[in-house]
Design a protein around this ligand. Structure first.
Ligand SMILES: *Cc1c(COP(=O)(O)O)cnc(C)c1O
Length: 241
């Protein structure tokens, strides 16, 4: 892989963006009486070259997310992975699970029971435990995969029983909204669902993570209870495919 610097992204640019994002996160957390450190920042690194990913790792970001298995695997050799946690956040095909089973710590985009079964099988084969978040299709969008709100608790019980899987919470990408007020409603519903799962599944799984909020809406997501935000373009600039 060549590490060519694209013209409009520089280390200074990343330093500034990261500083601003951290300030916004802290401010949003404090406003709702939470601690800034209770909100984890994930850097979403799709289309970003390893040289820049390594820079933000050096700045102290310890968690990255990638959507695609192939892209993630093409980068791992070049990344400073010593203290790095990596998650898959995009739709994952069952036949690709084995390729990342010992690469990522968490699959945030668990969107079907059949995928959970494959993760369980591969985890068992490799004698490891894969952490997962259930992806919720909170806007019931046909273009998106994921569990529906109504079936979430029932499916969570099924998933929590599977060997080799540690169910830790929920993840969502709400529909594109015209206003902050509108997107907050989806985040609020996600938090209600999260709290419901947390209490109902208390004896089966420890819910610790509510992953929601991206570049345009991580502040309202935190206001509504997110404790993991996934930020790409606000950190690295607009993606060019
Ligand atoms: C790309 C992506 C993000 C980051 O999006 P930005 O708007 O660039 O912050 C977060 N979550 C998921 C699931 C994504 O695919």
């Amino acid at each position: 892989m060549t590490e060519k610097l694209s013209p409009d992204i520089s280390f200074d640019y990343l330093d500034e963006n990261l500083k601003e994002i951290k300030e916004n996160i802290a401010e949003a957390a404090i406003k709702v009486s939470r601690k800034p450190e209770d909100v984890t920042l994930m850097a979403v690194t799709k289309t970003v070259q390893p040289v820049f990913i390594n820079h933000i790792i050096e700045l102290g970001v310890g968690l990255i997310g990638e959507n695609k298995v192939q892209e993630l695997l093409s980068k791992t050799d070049y990344l400073k992975t010593d203290n790095l946690d990596m998650h898959i956040i995009g739709h994952l095909q069952s036949n690709k699970v084995r390729k990342i089973i010992d690469v990522v710590s968490t699959i945030q985009s668990l969107d079907s029971i059949s995928l959970a079964e494959e993760i369980s099988k591969q985890a068992d084969k490799n004698s490891l435990t894969m952490k997962v978040l259930m992806e919720i299709n909170i806007g019931k969008e046909e273009s998106k995969t994921g569990f529906l709100e109504e079936e979430c608790v029932e499916k969570a019980f099924q998933i929590a029983e599977m060997p080799g899987i540690k169910l830790e919470g929920l993840m969502a990408v709400p529909p594109i909204c015209d206003s902050e007020k509108e997107v907050r409603k989806y985040f609020e519903r996600m938090n209600i669902l999260y709290q419901d799962c947390k209490s109902k599944l208390a004896s089966k799984a420890q819910f610790t993570t509510l992953s929601m909020g991206m570049s345009s809406d991580y502040v309202p997501a935190i206001t509504e209870g997110a404790n993991l935000v996934r930020v790409g373009s606000a950190l690295f600039g607009a993606r060019r495919y």
